[in-house]
Design a protein around this ligand. Sequence first.
Ligand code: ADP
Length: 219
Amino acid sequence: MIPGARLVLLGRQGAGKGTQCVRLSRHYVVPHISTGDMLRSAVKEGTEFGLKAKQIMDRGELVSDEIMGGVVDERLQSDDTHNRGYILDGFPRTVGQAEMLGKITSADPLDLVLDLVVPTDVVLARLAARRVCVDCATNYSVDAPPRYGWVCDNCGGEVVQRADDTPDAIQKRLDLYELETAPLIAWYDERDLLTVVDGLGTADEVTQRLVAAIDVRRA
Ligand code: ADP
């Protein structure tokens, strides 16, 4: 039985976190927890919370730490994450959220935080080309579309451009990343939890680098 893992993946918008988290989640057999996907599900369900979240997300702003901390706390208490661990994608995004995560996981602390690094010009090009399945959140791009029209290969859902992948919202998210999320890199480094991984290259190459970094840490 493959041992579980408790991981956080950091990286700018378009760095490839979503794609790599799906692969790592299969490799280590642990759930992929994407706060962005959780919020988009709430939007799709049309709950009151989802409607509020949609306005914030479409502007490229951040949902409050208190709300996100509550959402993640609840998710990390379920049996699957409790027993096997998790890969967190999109949380924490602020030092306040990292402090909350430290409290939530105090009994079973994180193994490692990976920072997936990709230069800004590359992430801008990737975000402009990104398309996503509205049902299962699989990522595609105009350069690597689904096999048949804009219908998801994985689940048959509709593949569209995300409402927050507009030039204004992309710029806002990248600015907020520098302001709110980049300080986490030093924060985790000081706690000896950080490994930096080059996010350029094919998806397979990046997965191999991530797995190598994780396995060195766990050896
Ligand atoms: P991206 O990394 O491309 O911005 P995500 O799918 O991770 O995309 O998140 C989309 C949006 O969801 C964010 O712009 C933000 O509004 C909201 N969101 C996701 N995770 C968090 C979080 N941890 N804290 C606050 N807001 C969040």
